[in-house]
Design a protein around this ligand. Structure first.
Ligand code: 4NP
Length: 148
């Protein structure tokens, strides 16, 4: 079984979409996974995903409305094989909490091309659809790699 934690700043816009794709695609492929998501900030702890994230995922048949935001914590390094972050600020913040090379090696940008997944929070619904498509391809990469 592979264990993935998807991380962004608020855990209400981008990482819930990443969690949704990884769980959905793993189920379709029959891969055994544990998937969760978290935010480097606790600003939205306990909140449901942003309604724009929920609606853009509902448009492709994936329900993420049951997710709840939580803050990334140090013990996450012990409980996940991969910690996949949406942008370079997340990368810096998560790596700043890592102790040792083994924990650091678990952390990577979610998009394997090295592109950031831009924060759609202050934009319109378009930005959420773009995040959804960027994250869809990236999620396939991780499952291809881990379940080849
Ligand atoms: P996320 O987007 O990191 O993709 O969940 C954000 C959501 C909320 C805020 C920032 C980013 N905020 O500052 O409240």
């Amino acid at each position: 079984m592979k264990q993935y934690l998807v991380v962004c700043l608020g855990n209400i816009c981008r990482s819930p979409i990443g969690e949704g794709w990884l769980r959905h695609d793993a189920m379709v492929r029959g891969c055994r996974v544990k998937v969760d998501s978290a935010g480097t900030s606790g600003y939205h702890a306990g909140d449901a995903p942003d309604r724009r994230s929920v609606s853009t995922m509902r448009a492709v048949g994936i329900d993420i409305s049951n997710q709840r935001s939580r803050k990334f914590v140090r013990s996450d390094f012990q409980h996940f094989d991969r910690i996949l972050v949406m942008d370079r600020a997340n990368l810096r913040d998560v790596l700043g909490m890592a102790r040792g090379a083994e924990e650091e090696a678990k952390v990577a940008l979610f998009d394997p091309t090295g592109a950031e997944v831009p924060d759609p929070y202050y934009g319109g619904q378009d930005g959420f659809a773009q995040v959804r498509e960027q994250v869809r391809l990236a999620a396939q990469h991780w499952l291809d790699l881990d379940f080849a």
